[in-house]
Design a protein around this ligand. Sequence first.
Ligand SMILES: [Cu+2]
Length: 180
Amino acid sequence: MKAISTISIACLGLVASIASTGAFAHIVLENQKAEAGSHYKAVFKISHGCAGEAIRQIIVNIPEGVQGAKPMVKPGWTIEIERGRLAKPYTALHGRTVTEEVKQLRWTGGPLPNEHYDEFVVTAKLPDAPGKLYWKVSQVCEKGRIDWDEIPAPGKKASDYKTPAAQMELTPRGHAGHQH
Ligand SMILES: [Cu+2]
């Protein structure tokens, strides 16, 4: 009995602190800036269900140009990895030719109640070109789903949309170690 009430108090505290920090009650990335071409740990922050319904599945679509995506295992959730053929094969570490790439990751399980917070993690190599990078993510609930897939039109920002894709900024690569 005591343990249960402690947990629910911790949950309430977490919900309150998220609400106070923010504008963002959507699925967003923890770190929204990284160097182009670097190895990146994408942490997707999940802060609510679908109109009060618990989440049963999280779907992360891997953006074009992101290489070698790997989902972090998560107790209570099973992972599916969907791969697709690449139009342009590339050469990876150790001279290995890559003809297929991870296109989508799905975690199924939970449920993750609307009142709770959670994170889903992917590691991958980012594209080489600097600029904005958008990750389309979906949450599937006991009833209904939300697709965070809107990409801002020129001159607009994510907050202008109801269901914006998770976004980040790829900064130019550092020059350390380059020959000029
Ligand atoms: Cu939201």
